[in-house]
Design a protein around this ligand. Structure first.
Ligand SMILES: Cc1ncc(COP(=O)(O)O)c(C=O)c1O
Length: 274
C-alpha cells in the first residue's frame, strides 16, 4: 500500500482464483486507504457466490470474471484494464498474482522478525503453504536474517513446483536487494513437499480435508481446503515420513484463508436434520 500510495495510485488491480484470499485482502486494503480495487478472477460470473467473493463485494471491489482464464490471460486483462483506467485518470497500480514480488515478499521477512522476537526457541522447523511462492520466499529470507538456525519447509498446494522455485530464487534476490543485504537463494536450497495437494489447485483433497477437521476438532483452529489444510496434511505426512529432526520445535505458519471454508461448505457440513 505504501508503494501504491507513494505513486499516487487510485485503483489497485490484482488477479487470482475465484476464492483468492490475496484478492480479498487487496480489496480490504484498498478500502482502508480510500482506493478502488479491481479484481480479475478466473471464474464464471454465476459461480458460487460465497466465501471470499462475498467479502470482495462487501469491501466494494469491482470484479472482472474470466471463465477458464489462465494466469497469462488474466495478466493481459489486467494490463488492458490498467490502460483504460489510466485514460480515465483513475491511476491504476497492478499487484501481480499472490503479491509474490520482491516488495510483497518483505511482509513475511518482517513476520519472521516478529517470530524471533516472541519465540523462546531459535531453531524451529517452519511449515507453510506454497501457492505463488511469495510467502515461502519471505520466510526464507527472514530466517536468514533473524533466525538463521531455523529450517523452512513448504507444502505445495498445486503442481509446477520447479517453476515456482525458479520464481522464488529470483524474487529472493530482488527482496534482498531492496533490503540492502547480500543474500542469495539457490533452487536447491528450497525444500517443498510436492505430493500433498491432491489433483490440482483449488480442489480439496481427502488428506487436506482430514487435516482441516483435525485442527478444528482438536485445537479449535480453522484451516481451509485450498491452502492451510493441504499444508497441515503435508506436515502430517512429513512427520510420518520422518523427514525432519523431531526434537526441534515445529511452527505451523497459519496463513489465513478460512473464508474458503464457507465456499466449500459441502465438504464439511453435516445434515443436522438426519
Ligand atoms: C491462505 C493462504 N495461505 C497461503 C498462501 C500461499 O501464499 P503464496 O502465494 O505466497 O505462496 C495463500 C496464497 O494466496 C493463501 O491465500
Amino acid at each position: 500500500m505504501a508503494d501504491a500510495l507513494s505513486k499516487g495510485a487510485r485503483t489497485l488491480i490484482t488477479d487470482g482464483g475465484v476464492q483468492s484470499n490475496h484478492a480479498r485482502l487487496t480489496a480490504a486494503a484498498a478500502a482502508k486507504v480510500g482506493m478502488k480495487a479491481l479484481l480479475v478472477l478466473g471464474a464464471p460470473e454465476l459461480g458460487d457466490n460465497n466465501g471470499n467473493l462475498i467479502l470482495d463485494n462487501l469491501f466494494g471491489a469491482d470484479i472482472l470474471f474470466m471463465e477458464g482464464a489462465s494466469v497469462k490471460d488474466m495478466e493481459e486483462a489486467m494490463d488492458h484494464e490498467a490502460a483504460k483506467l489510466s485514460v480515465a485518470g483513475k491511476r491504476p497500480y497492478i499487484i501481480p498474482i499472490g503479491g509474490s514480488t520482491p516488495l510483497g515478499d518483505l511482509g513475511y521477512v518482517d513476520a519472521v522478525k516478529e517470530l524471533a522476537e516472541q519465540a523462546d526457541f531459535d531453531d524451529p522447523i517452519i511449515f507453510a503453504a506454497v501457492g505463488s511462492g511469495g510467502t515461502l520466499t519471505g520466510l526464507l529470507l527472514g530466517c536468514r536474517l533473524y533466525m538463521p538456525k531455523a529450517k523452512v519447509i513448504g507444502v505445495a498446494v498445486a503442481g509446477g513446483t520447479n517453476h515456482i522455485k525458479r520464481h522464488m530464487a529470483e524474487c529472493f534476490k530482488g527482496a534482498a536487494e531492496l533490503l540492502g543485504v547480500e543474500e542469495t537463494l539457490s533452487v536447491d536450497d528450497i525444500d517443498i513437499i510436492d505430493d500433498c495437494y491432491g489433483t490440482s489447485y483449488g480442489v480439496p483433497c481427502p488428506g487436506g480435508d482430514e487435516a482441516v477437521k483435525l485442527a478444528a476438532s482438536t485445537e479449535g483452529i480453522l484451516l481451509d481446503p485450498v491452502y492451510t489444510g493441504k499444508a497441515m496434511y503435508g506436515l502430517r505426512e512429513a512427520v510420518k515420513r520422518d523427514v525432519f529432526d523431531k526434537t526441534r520445535p515445529v511452527v505451523f505458519w497459519h496463513t489465513g484463508g478460512s473464508p474458503c471454508l464457507y465456499a466449500f461448505s459441502k465438504n464439511y457440513a453435516k445434515n443436522f436434520r438426519n
